[in-house]
Design a binder for this molecule. Structure first.
Ligand SMILES: Nc1ncnc2c1ncn2[C@@H]1O[C@H](COP(=O)(O)OP(=O)(O)OP(=O)(O)O)[C@@H](O)[C@H]1O
Ligand SMILES: [Mg+2]
Length: 325
């Protein structure tokens, strides 16, 4: 049985100004105001995992990661909505500024004085503040900090060992740079032995897609899923009031829409040789499926090719499929 758990998260008013010629004939300038309830779909396993850990009552350090637009932030917010805690969205900028921002935001939210000279100072105040409370501290986009300040993991390690681990704090470190977040789980990382759980957030399943397109028939649903998969943000880019064809025109074929070049953008953000990866994906998309064919077409040495393929598979961008016979 497929359990689909739905939370109503917000009533959103989104205004779509439709500008294609075809639709201009239909409805000159059409402004569609969608006053619909946007759904929070599924994530039953993820939420129950977090709730279970939360119930332990002990200090927990949880790593959450997954590709961009997959729904990590929303998941954390859903989990935190009935809990005492502090959510912080890290920025890719100088760590001195981040330290200041973190301290100020915490101080403002809980109305306490924060002198943000060092991370030790900040967490000393936080440790005193949370005392014996069950308290969530979620740092989203933690990988930005790892990138900016490689020492951040050892800094957190000593803070964890000396103070946070003795509290009932529930710390979440979340990030989108999969390679970097996975490095937190490896033996050499200072936080390796401190982590008490981890979850890689994956795409929603095909059965969840129906929630985004209540009026689509099964054929359209399959086609929509084939286009955008189970990535919530992409599913939300499609307007449920439009046909699939109209949606494709308004997104993948519309230069101003994120779907127009998001795949390329993500690869550029996350990988050092995006062009090589793009060439490999294009080649596979064109029907080449053996290592020797792909190597020949992309000019990537066959001995290095499996390394690139593995990276694409780990990021969920490529999947091995075998024919039924
Ligand atoms: N389970 C869900 N059901 C419905 N909408 C969702 C769900 N998860 C996420 N969304 C929506 O999808 C969009 C992207 O989600 P979110 O920002 O949480 O992704 P993310 O993984 O944090 O992305 P990024 O890595 O770019 O920060 C948001 O508009 C969010 O409200
Ligand atoms: Mg996010």
């Amino acid at each position: 049985m497929i359990i689909i758990k739905i939370f109503y998260i917000l009533a959103a008013h989104s205004i779509h100004i439709i500008s294609t010629k075809k639709r201009q004939q239909k409805i000159n300038i059409s402004i569609v105001i969608l006053s619909i309830m946007i759904l929070f779909v599924d994530r039953v396993d993820e939420l129950s995992f977090l709730e279970e850990r939360f119930k332990s009552g002990r200090a927990e350090l949880i790593v959450i990661y997954g590709r961009r637009r997959i729904g990590k932030t929303e998941l954390i917010k859903q989990f935190m909505k009935d809990k005492d805690g502090f959510y912080f969205l890290a920025r890719k900028q100088n760590m001195g500024l981040e330290l200041e921002r973190f301290g100020k935001k915490f101080g403002k939210k809980f109305n306490i004085f924060m002198e943000s000279r060092t991370w030790d100072d900040i967490f000393e105040v936080i440790t005193k503040f949370i005392r014996n409370k069950r308290f969530v501290i979620a740092i989203d986009e933690f990988s930005y900090w790892m990138d900016e300040e490689p020492a951040i993991c050892s800094i957190l390690q000593s803070i964890w060992d000396e103070s946070l681990s003795k509290t009932r704090c529930f710390m979440i470190l979340c990030g989108s740079t999969i390679g970097m977040m996975e490095s937190l789980l490896t033996y050499g990382n200072p936080l390796y032995g401190r982590r008490t759980g981890q979850w890689k957030v994956d795409q929603l399943s095909f059965f969840d897609v129906k929630n985004f397109f209540p009026n689509y028939d099964i054929e359209e649903l399959i086609k929509a899923y084939a286009c955008v998969g189970g990535i919530p943000q992409y599913l939300l880019e499609f307007n449920p009031e439009f046909s699939l064809k109209e949606n494709i025109e308004e997104t993948f074929l519309n230069k101003g829409n994120i779907l127009y070049d998001d795949a390329e953008r993500i690869l550029k953000d996350e990988l050092r040789e995006p062009i090589v990866y793009l060439n490999i994906m294009e080649c596979i998309n064109n029907g080449e499926t053996t290592m020797s064919e792909i190597s020949k077409k992309t000019k990537v040495d066959i001995t290095n090719l499996s390394k690139y393929i593995n990276v694409l598979m780990r990021r969920g961008l490529l999947k091995k499929e075998y024919p039924p016979t």
